[in-house]
Design a binder for this molecule. Structure first.
Ligand code: PLP
Length: 412
């Protein structure tokens, strides 16, 4: 007799568990471009949740550039970069991206990827494989993004690399470990801007530590690129550092408003990745029209409009920080467009998100494993397309629902 087909029994059980723990996520359908007002599930909501910090995702210049790119290059790239997929648009983009970091990384070269997730896998596994004995030592910040965690896991599976976690706000534990570390290659990796808290990696201190202990510093600036620095070049420009020990990863689907990512580092490492980096080699090149559109986005970011957009964003952040310091909500202090409010329990966070939704705001509850257990939150993000009135509307609503939250909670 054939056994009952039950390959998905475990999945069913896990799905039921997620539901019971209030951890089941829900996909919501948008029917309008990413912007500060969005049609979502047939309702128009004010959105404070995207990573489109500069408000470029629906910028007319970028919409037009995508059309022009498609006319010039067609739609698909047809192959991986090393076969026949590497276009002039990719080449121009990589040169421009490298020029953005050239004041901070000597002999910088950039390599474009279709996503930040892929770029992190390529960077981390690639770096770990540079240890001739395979014995790299990886130091990863506790609150790092999932794609860094997965890159480290893959590197540890492929080589004899070891992993040590550290707290990015207390570098003493990091240096204590490094002092005793006799492995031939030491890698320190962290988010430039922490994605769920909005605080910055202490880059100047980290560069000094990398130099003192002969380590490489790998920064994933997914939330800093486009936002930080006078020209929006990111966290290295913000801290004005220069070191041959930095490997920089930027993503292009957040502030840049398009899609993709890049690794920027010393040209020897980049050439090595092109020859040996499996996530680079075995994936079809992103459509050239996308690269063409990102080029247009880089011009916007570094130009006057980008500056104005960053200035407006800073203005929103300072109003928020000033006015929210007196509120009862538990905020994580941040100087970036990522402004979390901690609710603690999943139930509490879901209730707050629901009350905001009823008031016309789209701010989902962020729960474990994206954030540590017991720190479920509203991750509020600002965009340069938010007006000061939008911000005031949000702050007034937050004030109003504070009492409701307590009432509904006591209702059970
Ligand atoms: C979003 C994000 C990524 C992944 O980038 P994608 O281009 O979305 O794949 C990597 N690192 C951090 C810190 C991120 O926030």
């Amino acid at each position: 007799m054939r056994p009952v087909f039950n390959a998905f029994k475990f999945a069913e059980r896990q799905l039921a568990d997620l539901d019971a723990q209030l951890l089941k996520r829900k996909l919501r359908l948008t029917e309008s471009p990413c912007n500060t007002s969005v049609m979502v599930d047939r309702r128009n909501l004010k959105a404070f949740c995207s990573n489109d910090y500069l408000g470029l995702a629906n910028h007319p210049r970028l919409v037009k550039a995508l059309g022009i790119g498609a006319e010039q290059y067609g739609v698909g790239s047809g192959a991986s970069h090393l076969i026949s997929g590497h276009s002039l648009a990719h080449d121009l983009l990589e040169k421009k991206l490298a020029s953005f970091q050239s004041a901070h990384i000597p002999n910088a070269r950039a390599l474009f990827f279709s996503t930040g997730y892929l770029a992190n896998l390529a960077a981390i596994t690639g770096l770990a494989r540079l240890a001739e004995s395979g014995e790299a030592s990886i130091y990863s910040a506790q609150l790092n993004h999932a794609s860094i965690i997965d890159g480290v896991r893959l590197a540890c599976a492929q080589t004899k690399a070891t992993l040590t976690l550290f707290d990015h706000q207390n570098l003493d534990s990091l240096t204590a470990h490094l002092k005793k570390d006799i492995r031939p290659l030491k890698l320190i990796m962290l988010d430039g801007v922490f994605s769920m808290d909005g605080d910055l990696a202490p880059v100047q201190e980290l560069v000094a530590i990398a130099e003192e202990y002969d380590a490489l510093l790998v920064l994933d600036d997914a939330h800093g690129f486009g936002v930080l620095g006078e020209h929006g070049h990111g966290i290295l420009e913000h801290f004005n550092v220069l070191s041959e020990r930095i490997i920089y990863i930027g993503t292009l689907g957040k502030a840049a408003g398009v899609s993709g990512a890049f690794i920027c580092g010393p040209s020897t490492f980049i050439e090595w990745l092109i020859q040996k980096g499996r996530p680079y080699i075995y994936s079809t090149a992103t459509p050239p029209a996308i690269a063409h559109t990102v080029l247009e986005s880089l011009a916007l970011i570094a130009g006057d409009e980008g500056k104005q957009r960053r200035r407006h964003l800073d203005h929103l952040i300072s109003i928020w920080n000033q006015e929210m310091q007196f509120s009862q909500w538990i905020k994580v202090f941040s100087t970036t467009p990522i402004q979390p409010i901690i609710l603690g329990s999943n139930k509490h966070a879901l209730l707050a998100a629901q009350l905001l939704d009823e008031a016309g705001f789209w701010i989902p509850a962020i729960r474990p494993p994206t954030v540590p257990v017991g720190s479920a939150r509203l991750r509020i993000t600002f965009s340069a397309n938010h007006s000061i009135e939008d911000l005031r509307g949000l702050m007034q609503t937050l004030q109003r629902i504070e009492g409701q939250l307590l009432e509904r909670e006591s209702d059970g």
